[in-house]
Structures are given as structure tokens and as C-alpha cells.
Design a protein around this ligand. Structure first.
Ligand code: FDA
Length: 303
């Protein structure tokens, strides 16, 4: 029911207009969204870097519906990469292939992604390719593998809730492609994905161990203290130095745990969203996992 309500709210244009322009709404979201402009995102990035945190910038855009919008997305990211390089910031960028035109044409998407990854490689930057719902997994991994072969400078994302993920990690490790491991944020059917938290967590721990053993600089993306502890124990058992992997969390979430990890000598990268189109992004995320509404409420109270 909550999911339906959130999806309904996500389509309300008046509410969206009010939310995206209201100072009150900005107060509510500024903990989670850096701001509307690249300048605001860079300011947040500077502040986080000064605190010892690494960053991945995520330019929020709507699912694109035209070739022009897909190119604009790519250009916004190239601009971000140039600014990151010019200021020497410790930051990557994170993209979604649907924002680069995957729903319009695979060819167009490939062209846009290649433009960005080639630019990143030239600038000494890095592009992380988020994983969307299961219908995109094959195409996403194929494109990431291809970009890795041609340019390097890319990281894939694997979702622990999918049964197929152990096989995908095996393939990515063999090719030396860096991986970010998350639990997975979309609603997937039983036939292809674990549904219970217990099963997802067990698979996450198993996959973290594989990545720490065989992966290239894995990104362990979770706010779950149990997953974090499991990763720390595995790394210690393997005698792996803390600079051989990183934890990743969302901007504004579990700041206490972020700081604790930094103080303990670990590397932590924050995923920092910015841009105009934050309303549908936030609402869709909440709708995808209504439990996140509680997280938002809890995070308003938690330091
Ligand atoms: P989970 O939701 O299982 O909660 C376990 C515990 O963690 C909670 O009980 C609480 O203690 C703590 N916790 C979790 N979230 C919290 C919060 N918001 N506030 C306070 N405590 C919290 N998904 C995807 O499908 N594709 C992708 O590309 C990415 N990319 C990505 C990047 C980064 C950097 C992160 C952190 C996450 C993603 N995700 C993602 C989302 C991911 O798949 C997942 O939905 C969320 O991270 C929630 O799962 P957790 O492992 O954080 O904890």
C-alpha cells in the first residue's frame, strides 16, 4: 500500500514542482542530495574529501526519452569529470545506462558511455556503472566488459539478491574488472532473486569473501553493520591491507558508521547525488523499497 502511495506521489507534477523549488523540501533532502548544480556537488565533494571520505558523484536525471537528453546526460558527466580532475578531487562518477539512452537504442547508449569512459581514462578519472533492474543486467555487464577492455576506468555493480551474481563475479574477477557489491534495490521475482533478508545477507557475505580474495579493489556498498563486520573479518583473515578495498555508502546515511570506519583506517566512498531531478529519484527509491521511508525518518533523527 505504501509502495502504491509513493508511486502515486512520484507522478504528481504539482507536488514535484513544489518539492523541487521549496526551501522547506530542500531542508528535508539536503542531507541526502548535494544540491541542484555541479557547483554545489563539488562543494560537498571538497568538504567530504577534507574529512577523509572519497566520493562518487551521481547526476540525477529523468529516464531519458530522446537522443538529445541522453547526450546532455553524458555531457553533464564529462563536465563533472573535468571539474574533478581540474581540482584534483578524490571522486569518481556513477552513471545509469538508462540515463545514457539504453531504452532508446543500445548503439546510442554505447556511443555515449564510450565518450564518457574515454574522457575519464584521459583525465585519470573513473566511471562506476550502476546496476538497474534485472532486464538490464546482461546488457550492462556486456557494455562494462567492453569498456574495460578498450579503456579501463570502469567499475561494474553486482547485486547480491540475484542468484546469478556468483557467476557474474567469477567472470568479472577473471577479467580483472573492479566490482561494487550491493544487496540490490529493485523488486525482482522469486524465480531469479532471493527475497528474504536472511538469504540476501548470506549471499552478500559469501560474495564479499570472493571479491576480497579474487577481486580488483572491491567496493563494499552497504550500510548494514553486519555486512561491514563480515567484510572486515574476511579482509583481516586474508591479511588484506585496508587500502585494497573500500566501503561505499549513500551521502547522509549512517554518518556515524562512515566516520567510525575512517577513524579505523578504512577507505569509505560516498555516493553523492545532485541535479534538478531529485524528486522522482527520491520517490522511486522509496517506492522500490518502502522500508527506506523509515530509513529517511530515522536519518532525520540520527547524526
Ligand atoms: P539493508 O537495507 O539490508 O539494511 C540492513 C541494516 O543496515 C539496517 O538494519 C540498518 O542498520 C542499516 N541501514 C541500511 N540502510 C540504512 C539507512 N538508510 N539508514 C540507516 N541505517 C541503514 N542498488 C542497486 O540495485 N544498484 C546499484 O547500482 C546500487 N548502488 C548503490 C551504491 C551505494 C554506494 C549504496 C550504499 C547502495 C547502492 N544500491 C544499489 C542500493 C542497495 O542495493 C541497497 O538497496 C541499499 O544499500 C540498502 O541495503 P543495505 O545493505 O544498505 O542495508
Amino acid at each position: 500500500m505504501l509502495r502504491g502511495a509513493l508511486l502515486f506521489l512520484s507522478r504528481q507534477k504539482h507536488l514535484r514542482r513544489w518539492m523541487e523549488t521549496s526551501p522547506a523540501a530542500e531542508l528535508l533532502t539536503r542531507r541526502f542530495v548535494a544540491g541542484k548544480t555541479l557547483a554545489r556537488a563539488l562543494a560537498v565533494c571538497r568538504r567530504l574529501n577534507a574529512e577523509g571520505l572519497l566520493v562518487s558523484l551521481d547526476h540525477l536525471g529523468e529516464n531519458v526519452t530522446s537522443v538529445e537528453e541522453a547526450r546532455l546526460s553524458r555531457d553533464a558527466y564529462i563536465q563533472a569529470l573535468r571539474a574533478i580532475a581540474a581540482e584534483g578531487l578524490q571522486a569518481t562518477v556513477s552513471i545509469k545506462l538508462t540515463q545514457f539512452g539504453l531504452d532508446l537504442s543500445e548503439e546510442l547508449c554505447r556511443e555515449n558511455v564510450e565518450g564518457l569512459v574515454a574522457a575519464a581514462s584521459g583525465l585519470g578519472g573513473f566511471v562506476e556503472v550502476d546496476m538497474e533492474s534485472s532486464e538490464y543486467v546482461d546488457r550492462t555487464l556486456c557494455l562494462v566488459s567492453d569498456m574495460h577492455e578498450r579503456h579501463g576506468a570502469v567499475r561494474a555493480v553486482i547485486q547480491a539478491y540475484l542468484y546469478r551474481s556468483a557467476g557474474d563475479i567469477d567472470m568479472l574477477c577473471q577479467k580483472g574488472i573492479p566490482v561494487r557489491l550491493c544487496k540490490g534495490a529493485y523488486r525482482e521475482p522469486h524465480s531469479i532473486a532471493f527475497r528474504s533478508k536472511r538469504d540476501v545477507d548470506a549471499n552478500y557475505v559469501h560474495l564479499v569473501q570472493t571479491l576480497l580474495k579474487r577481486g580488483v579493489y572491491p567496493g563494499i556498498a552497504t550500510h548494514d553493520p553486519k555486512m561491514v563486520d563480515a567484510a572486515r573479518r574476511s579482509a583481516a583473515a586474508l591479511g588484506l591491507a585496508p587500502d585494497r578495498f573500500e566501503f561505499q555508502m549513500l551521502y547522509g546515511i549512517r554518518r556515524d558508521l562512515q566516520r567510525k570506519l575512517i577513524a579505523g583506517g578504512y577507505r569509505v566512498r560516498l555516493y553523492v547525488p545532485y541535479g534538478d531531478a531529485w524528486y522522482p529519484y527520491l520517490m522511486r527509491r522509496l517506492a522500490e523499497r518502502p522500508a527506506n521511508v523509515l530509513f529517511i525518518a530515522r536519518n532525520l533523527l540520527r547524526r
